[in-house]
Design a binder for this molecule. Structure first.
Ligand SMILES: [Zn+2]
Length: 274
C-alpha cells in the first residue's frame, strides 16, 4: 500500500512559544492573530475540494473557537478529518517556554482543546499532533488513556522507500512525518516549511513522494503559511497564488505517482485495523 496523508495544522498565525507563558504568541505583534490561518484554510480547502481529496486538520482549540465566530467551520470540515493540536498552542515540553506541563497541566490543556473542538465540530475520536512537534511522556500517556486514535508528532526515516505508522512504547499508534535524503544527500522532511520559506522548491517534495514506495507518507503544513511567511511577513497576492498552485501540483504529483491520498484515521482503520 502506498498512501499519502496531507495534513494541515490550523493554528494561530506564525506562532512562537513565549518564555514564561504557556500560551503561544504570533510573531511580530505579541497577541495571537488568526487572519492568515483563516484565509489559508480556505485556500487549502479549495484545492482539496477541486481534487476530491480529504485532508487531516490538526486544530488548535482557540483557533477553532475564534474562527468559528466568522466561518462555518463544521461545514468546511465535512468529510475531512478533525484532530487536535492543543488549546493555546502549548509547548508541552517547556523547551522554549521554560514551563513544561506536568500531568495536571497536560490534562487541563487537553480538556480545553477537546472542549473547544467538541463545541465547534461535535464529538469524535481524534488524533493529535503536538505544537512544535514536542511531546512528553505525560502527554503521550494522557493521549493513550483518553483513547486517542494516534499521535502524529514524531519524525521517522524513510527506509528503502518505506515508512509506516508504528506503536509507541505505551501502545499509542504513531503516524510520523518522515525524513529522507534528497539527491544531494541532504535531509528533507515531509513538512513543507522550507518550501514556504523559499528554502526548497516544491520539486524536492515531489521527488520525496516518488521515492516513497510503501506505507503512509504524512505531509505536513500550516494553513497560515500560504498567506504569511515566517521570515518575510504577509505575502503579496501573486505569491499566495503561486503557493496555492504549488500545493495543487504536489498533490497531483502524488496521485500521478500512484499514491492514494487519504486521511490518517482512514489509513489506520484500514491498514492497521484501528
Ligand atoms: Zn502548530
Amino acid at each position: 500500500m502506498r498512501a499519502v496523508a496531507f495534513t494541515v495544522d490550523v493554528d494561530r498565525d506564525v506562532n512562537l512559544a513565549c518564555q514564561g507563558d504557556v500560551c503561544s504568541i504570533s510573531k511580530g505583534g505579541g497577541a495571537p492573530r488568526f487572519g492568515s490561518s483563516a484565509r489559508g484554510l480556505e485556500l487549502v480547502l479549495q484545492v482539496l475540494e477541486e481534487m476530491g481529496v480529504k485532508g487531516t486538520f490538526f486544530w488548535e482549540g482557540r483557533t477553532a473557537e475564534v474562527l468559528s465566530a466568522r466561518m462555518d467551520l463544521a461545514g468546511m470540515m465535512r468529510g475531512h478529518e478533525v484532530a487536535l493540536h492543543g488549546y493555546d498552542h502549548e509547548d508541552f515540553s517547556g523547551k522554549e517556554s521554560g514551563l513544561p506541563l506536568d500531568r495536571q497541566g497536560t490534562k487541563e490543556a487537553l480538556d480545553r482543546g477537546e472542549g473547544a473542538l467538541e463545541r465547534v465540530f461535535g464529538r469524535g475520536p481524534r488524533g493529535f499532533r503536538a505544537p512544535y512537534q514536542r511531546t512528553t511522556e505525560a502527554l503521550l500517556d494522557e493521549l493513550r488513556e483518553r483513547g486517542y486514535l494516534y499521535d502524529s508528532s514524531e519524525t521517522a526515516p524513510l527506509v528503502n522507500g518505506a515508512v509506516s505508522p508504528y506503536l509507541l512504547g505505551n501502545g499509542l499508534p504513531e503516524a510520523p512525518v518522515c525524513w529522507a535524503r534528497d539527491r544531494r544527500g541532504r535531509r528533507i522532511v515531509s513538512y513543507l516549511w522550507p518550501y514556504h520559506e523559499g528554502k526548497r522548491p516544491m520539486g524536492d517534495y515531489l521527488e520525496l513522494i516518488e521515492g516513497f514506495q510503501e506505507g503512509l507518507l504524512v505531509i505536513a503544513t500550516h494553513s497560515w503559511h500560504l498567506v504569511e511567511s515566517y521570515c518575510a511577513g504577509l505575502r503579496p497576492e501573486e505569491e499566495v497564488r503561486r503557493g496555492t498552485d504549488a500545493l495543487r501540483t504536489l498533490l497531483e504529483g502524488a496521485e500521478r505517482a500512484g499514491a492514494e491520498l487519504v486521511t490518517i484515521a482512514a489509513h489506520l482503520r484500514r491498514a492497521h485495523a484501528l
